[in-house]
Write a protein that binds this ligand. Structure first.
Ligand code: FES
Length: 122
């Protein structure tokens, strides 16, 4: 039996302003199950914090071409910098592009007074 992934601190809530993204490296879980570093990002939209693995379902590469930049020009959708796939911010579903119908892998997110915490889903 394996223990559930533990929560990992990303930043203080004040460091994640509306419309901005914060990137991080996920702590390794069970070394038998994960041998490479996984990157993730969180962002705040309408006050709520969302988090996803930084991995496009099309080719499995990172979404962004610049640190902290994940959104399209209008700040409406998450956009993959490689082929332009667009993802709904609240569900991660791809609505346009080569991986339409696929989705980003969501992270569990919780916000306390001092911390934004994430963990991989079990
Ligand atoms: S790698 Fe993201 S759309 Fe192709």
């Amino acid at each position: 039996m394996t223990s559930p992934p533990s929560w990992q601190r990303v930043c203080h809530p004040a460091e994640l302003r509306e419309g901005e993204c914060v990137e991080f490296t996920l702590a390794k879980g069970n070394p038998d199950q994960q041998t490479t570093d996984l990157r993730g990002f969180v962002f705040r939209r309408s006050g709520k914090v969302y988090g996803y693995l930084n991995r496009c379902p099309h080719l499995g590469i990172e979404l962004n071409w610049m640190p902290g930049r994940f959104m399209d020009a209008d700040n409406c959708f998450i956009q993959c910098a490689t082929h332009g796939a667009l993802f709904l911010p609240d569900s991660g579903e791809c609505i346009a592009g080569p991986c339409q119908g696929d989705a980003l892998i969501p992270l569990e997110v919780t916000e306390t007074g001092d911390d934004i915490l994430v963990r991989r889903p079990e």
